[in-house]
Design a binder for this molecule. Structure first.
Ligand SMILES: NC(=O)c1ccc[n+]([C@@H]2O[C@H](COP(=O)([O-])OP(=O)(O)OC[C@H]3O[C@@H](n4cnc5c(N)ncnc54)[C@H](O)[C@@H]3O)[C@@H](O)[C@H]2O)c1
Length: 322
């Protein structure tokens, strides 16, 4: 049987694919190499996967209905889906909202249409986001909290994806699990996210903008923990058709100032910082309650930022030939 991974050239998708191939699974991966950030990094992530005979790649856009639904005939043996393809990025979603609806709402709908056509589908796992908690003031965030106030278009599209999935579970009796990821970082990470931006700015001696006047806090989650959590969830579908939601985060909200200090130490260079107010769409703090994820899957994050940031910096320097 075969696992379909959408967004397989992405940060999380490529490493989930690597982990599943390493334990002998067959994987069909799709990605459209979206130009949101440098596709060269995406090609580099996919290249080693393509050396594995158990891996098949299709360059496809999940928002293009016909070619995507054709996968149901081409790969009838797909029995699990890990749907990670998305248009990410909170800030850009405010200036270019259309791309987000296209990839994250239309795309989610079409992947769900594909899911319901697969005769042997056992589990549909997909990425949601901590951003759905939006304007919620009570921390840590729990999956039982109401999430009716997303503060960016990106967050609204991720919440829409959850709602559409709920409807498809109801209509077509799927077993679906949504994962609300919290700020994932680590080797092969995304150039639009803070760890990449911090490392680059420090090395180039450019100022780092500290939003919320430096008081922002984030639940930084190391990629290996997120991959282990995603695979653990994939391996344990619910017993009956249902839609479950889980937080996957480090459960250890860190002050951005502390993160900058760890970068300074790992890079051996001081950061120049500039205090800025919060920007529209930005959350002041994120923190995951992972009690249910631990209870149901035995999953607990292992890598603290003190260990993860030096590992990221090591990769960042090697990747950039520094
Ligand atoms: N990285 C994080 O901190 C984080 C946090 C919360 C949620 N998420 C979610 O996790 C998932 C994976 O995120 P990531 O960090 O790996 O992002 P990423 O951008 O690195 O990966 C997403 C991949 O999807 C592909 N893609 C985009 N639009 C597509 C389309 N229309 N058709 C086919 N492929 C398309 C991109 O080319 C990219 O390779 C996303 O759904 C994202 O919203 C990530």
């Amino acid at each position: 049987m075969t696992i379909l991974i959408t967004g397989v050239a992405g940060f999380v998708g490529s490493q989930v694919a690597r982990a599943l191939l390493a334990r002998g699974e067959r994987v069909v991966g799709i990605d459209n190499f979206s130009p949101y950030y440098d596709p060269v990094l995406k090609f580099a992530r996919v290249k080693p996967l393509r050396d594995n005979k158990a891996f098949t790649f299709h360059e496809l856009d999940i928002a293009e209905r016909e070619p995507l639904l054709a996968l149901a005939d081409q790969h009838r043996d797909i029995d699990r889906i890990v749907h990670l393809a998305a248009q990410p990025g909170v800030r850009q979603s405010i200036t270019d909202p259309y791309a987000y609806i296209q990839a994250n709402v239309m795309g989610q709908l079409i992947v769900l249409e594909l899911a319901r056509r697969l005769p042997d589908l056992k589990h549909f796992v997909y990425a949601s986001s901590s951003s759905v908690y939006g304007a919620n003031a009570e921390l840590p965030y729990r999956t039982t909290d109401r999430v009716d106030h997303p503060v960016s278009v990106y967050a609204a599209t991720k919440r829409s994806g959850e709602l559409l999935t709920d409807t498809y579970v109801h209509l077509y009796k799927l077993k679906a699990t949504g994962l609300r990821y919290f700020t994932v970082y680590g080797p092969w990470g995304r150039p639009d996210m803070s760890p990449f931006i911090f490392a680059k700015a420090i090395l180039e001696g450019r100022p780092i903008k500290l939003f919320h006047l430096g008081f922002a806090k984030r639940d930084f989650s190391y990629i290996d923990d997120i991959v282990a959590g995603t695979v653990a969830v994939l391996d344990k579908p619910a017993e009956t058709p249902s839609h479950r939601l889980y937080n996957l985060g480090a459960a250890d909200s860190e002050e951005i100032i502390h993160i900058i200090e760890l970068f300074e130490k790992a890079l051996g260079k001081k950061a120049v910082t500039e205090l800025k107010p919060g920007e529209p769409g930005d959350m002041l703090e994120t923190a995951a309650d992972i009690a249910e994820t631990t209870r149901d899957f035995g999953w607990k994050p292992k890598v603290k930022v003190e260990e993860g940031i030096p590992k990221f910096v090591e990769w960042f320097k090697a990747y950039n030939g520094l």
